[in-house]
Design a protein around this ligand. Structure first.
Ligand code: SF4
Ligand code: SF4
Length: 438
């Protein structure tokens, strides 16, 4: 929400969306059918072409950043499906993030919004101790029976939509705290060491998907990797940048670059699509930083999604049978952000017993999109319902996806629709197969 009394302005010169990149849009409209918000809302201003037109109008000084402009920018999922569809190579994600950066830096927000953003982005997400405290609280909320009590009384119906959504997304059973300490700073390779790699354990992944992180490190170790998981690493900054907090994202990027450079690893492995896509963009984020731009370039070159890395090395064949119909759902920031769609499917097909089923619109956003499901709950829910309908049509035993936001969002949809499918990361299945054969 913007303060009314202060005049709204256009872009200033600090990190404005690059004008030449805005000009790359030839207004062909080929991206429109691929844009989930255009398909749902049916408005040109909620399409990639419409949003680019609005950005250019602000850049040209034809319009200021009005409240409507801000609304259309934040109704975008930043899913980047339009980038995949665009014949002109428009870098939509980059343009959207710099536009949001301008909105948050140039436009005044009410004090309580500033306070909330400071707390959420500057304190909780930027500081692992605060984040762990939030995770401890949710664990207590669930294990103490308070969650059941609150749900039974229907109290959730009286909460603001954003809090309600956050509560509904909690996994049925959060991993115990003790598991977090099983991830060691250095995990030796099993057998001969062939590679030394770093692992970005992430924030949400490490706290709410701890078994998946352990599975990732185990699979790497089984395949000859010594895995360094620096304890000093922090949040990658993706959520900050997607929400226009670019300076906070830069500070986190510089910190992570220093930490992983000191670890002296040949690759930096990520199992969260959103984080991986953003780590690969550190070079762009810090391109005006004289001290860090070369280091950021070298860092980004090393970043690999776990599926991208495993399919590029000689992989021990998984032998344990998992007899299941598996539906794979593409995380947007893996498919559109990193152009990785085949590799996770190849890994799943390697597992004996798995029947990989095709799902309609597997390349569509599930409505999670960082914190989109919290700030735009109505559109997010519509997307989730659409996703669940397509998943129900193929009746899978297991749904696999490689991003924590998607796992939480689809998990919520599965739970609410009464489906019995298990929702997991592909690496969980790979590790399960290895274990079954032991
Ligand atoms: S990023 Fe996604 S939601 Fe936003 S304009 Fe592109 S396709 Fe549409
Ligand atoms: S497909 Fe690309 S060039 Fe065509 S309207 Fe969309 S963003 Fe512009």
């Amino acid at each position: 929400m913007l303060q009314q009394e202060i005049p709204l302005r256009g872009f200033d010169t600090y990190e404005a969306p690059e004008y030449e990149k805005l000009q790359e849009c030839i207004h062909c409209g080929l991206c429109l059918p691929y844009c989930p918000t255009y398909r749902i809302l049916g408005m040109e201003n909620d399409s990639p072409r419409g949003r680019l037109y609005l950005m250019r109008a602000v850049a040209d000084g034809k319009i200021p950043m009005t409240k409507n402009f801000v609304r259309h920018m934040y109704l975008c999922l930043d899913c980047r499906a339009c980038e995949t569809a665009c014949p002109s190579g428009v870098k939509f994600g980059e343009l959207m993030e710099t536009t949001r950066g301008q909105i948050e830096r140039v436009l005044p927000r009410p004090w309580y919004v500033r306070l909330f953003r400071r707390l959420a982005f500057g304190t909780i997400l930027s500081n692992p101790k605060w984040l762990a405290l939030v995770a401890d609280f949710t664990l207590l909320y669930q294990k103490s029976g308070l969650q059941k009590f609150i749900r039974r009384l229907g109290i959730l119906d009286y909460l603001p939509d954003s809090l309600n959504v956050m509560e509904q997304m909690l996994p049925e059973s959060l991993p115990p705290k003790a598991l977090r300490y099983e991830l060691k700073e250095v995990t030796p390779a099993r057998g001969e060491t062939q590679r030394r790699v770093g692992f970005l354990s992430g924030c949400v992944m490490q706290l709410w998907f701890t078994p998946t992180n352990l599975a990732t490190v185990n699979v790497l170790a089984r395949n000859g990797c010594e895995v360094v998981t620096p304890a000093a690493q922090r949040c990658c900054g993706a959520l900050h940048a997607h929400s226009g907090e670019r300076e906070m994202a830069k500070a986190l990027a510089r910190h992570n670059i220093d930490v992983f450079t000191a670890a002296d690893v040949e690759a930096i492995i990520v199992n969260a699509a959103g984080c991986g896509a953003f780590l690969k963009e550190y070079a762009h984020l810090l391109k005006h930083d004289r001290e860090y731009r070369d280091k950021a370039e070298a860092f980004s070159q090393k970043v690999k999604d776990i599926s991208e890395f495993l399919t590029a090395i000689p992989l021990q064949k998984p032998q344990g049978e998992i007899r299941a119909r598996v539906a794979y759902d593409d995380p947007c920031h893996l498919l559109h952000g990193q152009k990785i769609g085949q590799q996770p499917r190849d890994l799943l097909r390697m597992i004996p017993g798995i029947e990989l089923v095709n799902v309609k619109e597997a390349d569509w956003c599930c409505g999670s999109a960082g914190i989109y499901n919290i700030i735009q709950p109505a559109v997010s829910l519509e997307l989730l319902e659409r996703k669940i309908k397509h998943l129900q049509a193929v009746n899978p035993d297991i749904i696999a996806s490689g991003n924590p936001g998607c796992l939480l969002q689809i998990g919520r949809g599965v739970k609410q629709s009464g489906m019995s499918a298990e929702v997991v990361h592909p690496i969980d299945l790979l590790e399960r197969s290895y274990r079954l054969a032991e």
